[in-house]
Design a protein around this ligand. Sequence first.
Ligand code: NAD
Length: 174
Amino acid sequence: MRGLLVGRMQPVHQGHLQVIKRILNEVEEVIIGIGSAQLSHTIKDPFTAGERVMMLSKALAENGIPASRYYIIPVQDIECNSLWVAHMEMLTPPFNHVYSGNSLVQRLFTEKGYQVTQPPLFNREMYSGTEVRRRMLLGQNWEELLPESVVDVINEIDGISRINDLAIKEVSEI
Ligand code: NAD
């Protein structure tokens, strides 16, 4: 059995890691689609697809998950929701089961006949990309929400200064 999880992962946080571990209790391999791969350098989507791949592969290695058990595949958005499942199928290895907490993702895969499971959310108030980015902007403790290796990647790419610059730019354009 092979499962699919898609997420923007802006950035990868503990919730993503927990859900991936849970999926790997049910399937031999998981395909992790890095969604909205074309987006970066905005407050909502600050990190590039390549940076998110790096965050995820380091976080999975840090947690002892062997590379033979997952595929990480960046996926760009497309305009037609009705064609998105086919777009995913074109870019990924075949999969039998989809895991998502996103209602649009659930609907699109269910309509194409896939079995879709909504995995439980782990501490969603804290473990969400929105909360991580909010803390980054306010200079609060964002590090506690992320695997250590993801904190290292964000520091390596100077991610906090990027977010601060983006905030200044976006506010100046209001
Ligand atoms: P996300 O990073 O917010 O979440 C991804 C998944 O991680 C969730 O579905 C959920 O199952 C899990 N998760 C997140 N926080 C968790 C927590 N605290 N505990 C447990 N699990 C948690 O990403 P998303 O918004 O769901 O990403 C969907 C992607 O699919 C987006 O990039 C979107 O653009 C893309 N998409 C594209 C099209 C199109 O191109 N037409 C259509 C539909 C979806």
